[in-house]
Write a protein that binds this ligand. Structure first.
Ligand SMILES: Nc1nc2c(ncn2[C@@H]2O[C@H](COP(=O)(O)OP(=O)(O)O)[C@@H](O)[C@H]2O)c(=O)[nH]1
Ligand SMILES: [Mg+2]
Length: 330
């Protein structure tokens, strides 16, 4: 079976090939593992990547005896993981507290947040994971912070629009992340191919926070002028909650996932817990997620959904749409 690898996967593989240190190799392998299409045709490749990851981790443990190289991985949950990045005091923790059930410390002094803190954001009938982080600054950014950004599905770049030095803040955050080999780019813009290599591109929304402050109105004009080409810029106030509903919708669009509900022949569909899968997932790929036996024995499927007539028979290679209901026949 063909592996059908994506350009993103091939880029990660290239980064692995070019990696100079074990940490870089590990980061590339973890990225490969996260984005490799999960079906029968890639089974051996996945096993191989897994072996290499565990070998590198073992080596690392032996070397450091667990003393160095702090790690704070955040296990992914829900339909996607979005990390909050930005300078100190821009409102990252406040945004987390508004979007999710998490209760981070919020304060008007820098470095209130010292550890990653995840929360779940409900969106319609699904949930996304939002991860709060310490600020990204030139002086105090640690490798584990960049690793979390690299590994996340997307980022919210939160800036304080009332801050007179907002342009410097934006530039400093971008520069620091690039030093750690992550480049933020607008999720709705094409990624220039030459940006691949050892730098990991991360799709991003620039969140212009504190729009309730009067200074923000002038500052945002300047930011728009400079960064409108590079990022979608979303004005919000986590204080007054303005723009938060918009933000949720943009996050859903940025993650580019579809919800698929499964149905057993002769029974109503399970409308409570959809599968949340990347846009472009095929009937066959979903079937394999539902049950690995389906990789071989799927005979046909029926779909109720957009652009289909009810119960229309579809082939293995058909692409799923958001809110499709699918009935698998083995
Ligand atoms: N006026 C205003 N203040 C905000 C807003 N969002 C956060 N803040 C304040 O900015 C300070 C820093 O917020 P925090 O969430 O801890 O920032 P973090 O360092 O990025 O996590 C706190 O005093 C917040 O109350 C907002 O939308 N408007
Ligand atoms: Mg914070």
């Amino acid at each position: 079976m063909p592996a059908n690898l994506t350009p993103q996967y091939k880029a990660a593989e290239e980064r692995y090939r070019l990696a100079e240190t074990p940490a870089e190799k590990l980061a590339a392998l973890e990225e490969m593992m996260a984005i490799i299409p999960k079906h029968k045709g890639t089974e051996h490749m996945r096993a191989d990547i897994k072996r290499r990851i565990s070998k590198l981790k073992q080596m690392d443990e032996k070397k450091s005896h667990g003393k160095h190289g702090i790690e704070h991985n955040v296990e992914k949950e829900g339909g996607g993981q979005v990390v909050l990045v930005g300078p100190p005091n821009s409102g990252k923790s406040k945004i987390l507290s508004r979007l999710t059930n998490a209760h981070p410390d919020i304060g008007d002094y820098p470095f209130t947040t010292q550890m990653p803190l995840p929360g779940m954001m409900p969106y319609e009938d699904i949930k996304f994971q939002i991860v709060d982080m310490p600020p990204i600054t030139e002086e105090f950014t640690e490798p584990w912070m960049a690793a979390i950004v690299r590994n996340a599905d997307a980022a919210l770049f939160v800036v304080d629009m009332s801050d007179t030095s907002v342009l410097d803040q934006i530039a400093a955050t971008l520069k620091t992340l690039e030093k750690f080999r992550v480049r933020l780019y607008g999720w709705d813009k094409p990624i220039p191919q030459d940006e691949f290599g050892i730098i990991v591109p991360k799709k991003t929304i620039l969140v212009a926070n504190k729009m309730d402050e009067p200074e923000s109105l002038d500052n945002i004009q300047v930011v728009l002028e400079l960064y409108d080409d590079r990022f979608p810029i979303l004005p919000i106030s986590s204080e007054s909650c303005r723009g938060l509903e918009d933000l949720k919708e943009q996050i859903f669009k940025m993650l580019d996932v579809v919800r698929v509900y499964t149905k057993i022949p002769g029974k109503p569909a399970d409308m409570d817990s959809p599968y949340v899968v990347p846009h472009g997932t095929t009937v066959q790929e979903l079937a394999t997620l539902v049950h690995k036996d389906f990789a071989q024995k799927l005979r046909f499927a029926r779909i109720w959904g957009h652009g289909k007539f009810d119960g229309q028979m579809v082939g293995r290679e058909d692409i799923l749409n958001d809110r499709d209901v699918i009935e698998l026949h083995g």
